[in-house]
Design a protein. Structure first.
Length: 279
């Protein structure tokens, strides 16, 4: 029983709660999530089961998309609707000004993480410092916003879809958007729609998940082309030996042995094949 499960997490529960619930439900030895969602957030939560946890980095590094709601006129200490209000304003922006400011986020930029986040300082999560009254500012981190679309605005709440790189804090975007517009803002709601090649349309609620819903490691990487290798090359591949003379473009591939069994993920550079991760 190795593979991935796509959970449609509901708002109000932690990602760790979902992990423990699924681990007990399917009697798995090892379960881990591939990118946490705050308790407030909902949507796609990818879980790796048993040996699939070795492939976690491929999904942690992948791009994501979210449906977002931002409320203007109030800023909070957590940058979302769970925090204490620290600023209020009756100066609400127009849809056009929101659109113009949102477009300025597109591209590569440096982002300051929220004080309440799981990022660590001296081995301790920032949110624990913040709860104790100590606000730790982490250095800005490079992020990439590729698209913002489906903008809607009603009274003091706007909604939009955002496509972004790993490490992007949507709460920080809401905070910065409010600051740029001079009215304050916080993230009202957040739903993760996609991560890598997985989408919420294929996810189920945690209560509906069954063992048959596990996606095999092989199928999880169907977006990669397939290469079949001979027995002697298989031994070299498993032992981490670089194998020459593979006339394929530089990329990652699904590697199968001559019996058509999935062996792992390999990478070709300048016609040389080497394993990246074994099953």
């Amino acid at each position: 029983m190795n593979g991935f499960i796509l959970v449609n997490k509901e708002s109000g529960v932690s990602s760790n709660f979902i992990v423990q619930h699924i681990k007990k439900k399917i009697n798995a030895k090892k379960v881990g999530h591939l990118g946490t969602l705050d308790p407030l957030a909902s949507g796609l939560l990818i879980l790796a089961i048993n040996r699939a946890t070795k492939f976690s980095s491929y999904f942690l590094e992948s791009d994501k998309s979210y449906d977002v709601e931002v409320e203007f006129g109030t800023s909070t200490d957590t940058d979302d609707s769970t925090g204490k209000i620290i600023y209020e304003s009756n100066n609400y922006p127009s849809k056009l000004s929101i659109k113009n400011e949102l477009e300025s986020f597109i591209g590569e930029s440096l982002q300051v993480p929220p004080f309440f986040s799981a990022l660590k300082y001296k081995g301790k999560p920032l949110y624990k410092y913040a709860r104790e009254g100590e606000l730790i500012t982490k250095p800005p981190r490079k992020i990439l916003i590729t698209r913002i679309e489906s903008l809607d605005f009603d009274s003091k709440i706007c909604s939009f879809k955002i496509y972004c790189s790993k490490g992007t804090y949507i709460r920080s975007i809401a905070r910065d958007l409010g600051e740029r517009l001079g009215c304050g803002a916080h993230m009202k709601s957040l739903t993760r729609i996609s991560q890598g090649n997985f989408n919420i349309s294929n996810a189920k609620s945690a209560s509906d998940i069954l063992e048959v819903d596990i996606i095999s490691i092989e199928d999880a990487f169907k977006n990669l082309e397939k290469i079949k290798i001979e027995y002697n090359d298989e031994k070299k591949f498993i032992n981490g030996v670089t194998i020459p003379n593979f006339d394929f473009k530089d990329a990652r591939y699904r590697i199968f042995n001559k019996n058509n069994n999935f062996v792992g993920i390999g990478e070709i550079k300048k016609n040389n094949l080497k394993h990246k991760q074994l099953v």
